[in-house]
Design a protein around this ligand. Structure first.
Ligand SMILES: Nc1ncnc2c1ncn2[C@@H]1O[C@H](COP(=O)(O)OP(=O)(O)OP(=O)(O)O)[C@@H](O)[C@H]1O
Length: 352
């Protein structure tokens, strides 16, 4: 394991920003720390960097406990959301900054900076000042500056937050490619689920100072282990009473049932559908064109749910009665989440 946090606690006043945080990260992985505002993501990053001290617990990097090692000696690169470039320094000098502090010789600095300028695709702009760069370019320079001293670990705090939507998209894929190519273990903080899904090899979900779940984006999306991960991730609707939908097991003491649009099949009454015997009938209360599909909101006996229909399927209209079939749902009980599959599907597979 390359980075390990063991029983980390950190309190600010009477607020527990880290509550017994434990996780391990393998070398070369790109990890997303994802959670709502105030859930303790930045605190974790700052403790790893050495900018904040845990009240208890151990931070281990490359097999060594680093709690007592100052930030400057941890060999970590840091990229902040607001670029934090030195305004009165050129691109070259910004990137060279860490190397000058390390007292590297001029020849080495020149070579290293030109290698990095090439890597970030800004060759020819070495003499520009930050004010003469776009947001995306500034963030690339910040990335190169953090990489210049060959850090063993790269920490990025909301690295895309200050960048406008279109460039952000480009920068995300660029960063992912770059980190894969360099193989440097990296942890980035985000509160944006799409960003975490798209960029991270693994996601650590934080909530109220605790770790809710750790896994690949697909694992967390498909198998949320806690009530929080089930409702935080993806576009969800909560049902009033899932037992009104046919062929599901009933969980004693369940609090909520959560569905995602891809768990639902909405069909017209006369449309052929294999599980027709197990559908519920609902009424369309809203339709919205979403570019690559139509979002359809249906009021059923068990609650109001959102599903999607493809653009090539026959249209459904406001006020129309439709069939609704739920493939699966997440049921929460306390902090736990369970996945319930529609029994009509399993029964059918037994028959086959
Ligand atoms: N130096 C500090 N002094 C006092 N309270 C702090 C300090 N740093 C963080 N906190 C508090 O600790 C909690 C967790 O903060 P943290 O910045 O780690 O959350 P976050 O998940 O990164 O949130 P955001 O997405 O808003 O940045 C917050 O309630 C915050 O106000």
């Amino acid at each position: 394991m390359y980075v390990e946090l063991k029983n980390i606690n950190k309190t600010f006043g009477n607020y527990k920003a880290s509550d017994n945080v434990n996780f391990t990260i393998e070398q070369g992985k790109l990890i997303g720390l994802l959670g709502p505002s105030g859930s303790g993501k930045t605190t974790i990053l700052r403790m790893i960097a050495g900018l904040e001290t845990p009240d208890s617990g151990e931070i281990i990097i490359d097999g060594k406990v680093v709690n007592d090692i100052p930030a400057s000696k941890r060999g970590i690169g840091f990229v902040f959301q607001n670029y934090a470039l030195f305004r009165y320094m050129t691109v070259f000098d910004n990137i060279a900054f860490g190397l000058k502090i390390q007292k590297k010789d001029k020849k080495y600095i020149k070579e290293r900076v030109s290698e990095l300028v090439e890597l970030i695709g800004l060759k020819g702009l070495e003499k520009r000042y930050p004010s003469q760069l776009s947001g995306g370019q500034k963030q690339r320079v910040a990335f190169a500056r953090a990489l210049a001293p060959n850090p063993t670990l790269l920490l990025l705090d909301e690295p895309f937050a200050a960048i406008d939507a279109k460039v952000r998209q480009e920068l995300r894929s660029w960063l992912k490619e770059m980190i894969e190519k360099l193989g440097v273990t990296s942890i980035f903080v985000t509160h944006d689920q799409d960003e975490a899904i798209e960029v991270a090899d693994e996601i650590i979900i934080t909530n109220k100072g605790r770790i809710e779940q750790i896994g690949t984006p697909i694992e967390i999306y498909q198998k949320p282990q806690t009530a929080f991960s089930a409702s935080f991730f993806g576009q969800t609707t909560v049902l009033d009473d899932y037992t009104k939908f046919k062929t599901f097991d009933v969980v004693d003491g369940a609090d909520k049932a959560i569905v995602r649009p891809e768990f639902i099949k909405i069909t017209k009454l006369n449309e052929p559908f294999r599980q027709k015997a197990s559908v519920s009938v609902g009424e369309v209360v809203k339709t919205a064109f979403r570019g690559n599909n139509i979002e359809v909101t249906v009021k059923c006996d068990g609650g109001v749910i959102n599903g999607v229909r493809g653009l090539e399927e026959p249209a459904v209209y406001h006020g129309e009665k439709v069939n609704v079939f739920l493939y699966r749902l997440f049921v929460t009980k306390g902090d736990n989440a369970f996945i319930l599959e529609n029994k009509s599907l399993t029964e059918e597979s037994v028959v086959i």
